[in-house]
Write a protein that binds this ligand. Sequence first.
Ligand SMILES: [Mn+2]
Length: 330
Amino acid sequence: MTPEMQILAEDFLAAEKILIFTHERPDGDALGSTFGFRAVLRSLGKTADVVIPAELPNRYQQLCTGAVTQLSADQLADCDLIAVFDCATRERIALPSGIDAAQLLDEHKSVNLDHHAANQVSAGKNAVVHTASSTAYLASVIAMNLQPQIPAEAATMFLTGMMTDTGRFCFTNTDSQTMMQAARMLEAGADVESISNHVFFSKPLRIARFEAELMNTELQLACGNRFAFADVREELLEKHQVELREDEGLIDLLRELEGVVVAMLVCRRGDAFKISLRSKDSRYPVGPLARKYQGGGHDLAAGLTLHLESFEAVNAFMIREIGQLLDGDR
Ligand SMILES: [Mn+2]
């Protein structure tokens, strides 16, 4: 526990009615940390809810139930602590309509728990531990400080967050602390079978077919086959009835290729292009590159938005950038 986490723990202990928020398009860590913490707070007799306005991805719908989707000004005024988990900026917080981030964080007692290095949420109190594998790890540490016997349901959710953010303990953020905390989750009754079947072994056939066609028709290699990328075109998404929010893990199809160091997916977002980047080698971090163009993320997993006219223009731009990155220290 860092001193900042200790302060958050005290705020949670002192509060009775708590609302927990996370980022838009929530992933396993966002959901694992928030729903796990909700279970712990409830087991302490507190009133706690997770606020997520949009429908959850299918694979999380059975693990994460009862999210609050709408919030009246009265309900917001009635709560005595706002928590934001796993969210790097105020703009990314998934907010119900009619509520803005300033209202949420500045007019209430608020806390921010995260592991994104460039976290700018600046709530009332902040605990940002950029060396942590996942927010679920941090949340589970605070949780076990509040309640040494966390409920099995919470352990399952925290383990879900740790497993998803570490790529099932494959990524370089997998550290001994996370592994030991994961073991504690198992001792607390975390249900790995349920996590695996819901989160990892649950790919809909239409997505498998979409991925197969993406790999067949859109996969491109550059920079001596060390850069793999694919354009996720609207027509292909439509053909297979795939929504972009279901793309969690899609980039791993490129990352897992032999010899590939950097992987990229490009999607259209309005009149701009959203770019996801992954690196397999800490000597070639993509985080600084993303930040150079007002994007963000971690060293080996980052994203940015480019205002260019076409997929082709984006690809050409990124081949130059990734080429420089990969040749940088040669
Ligand atoms: Mn995370």
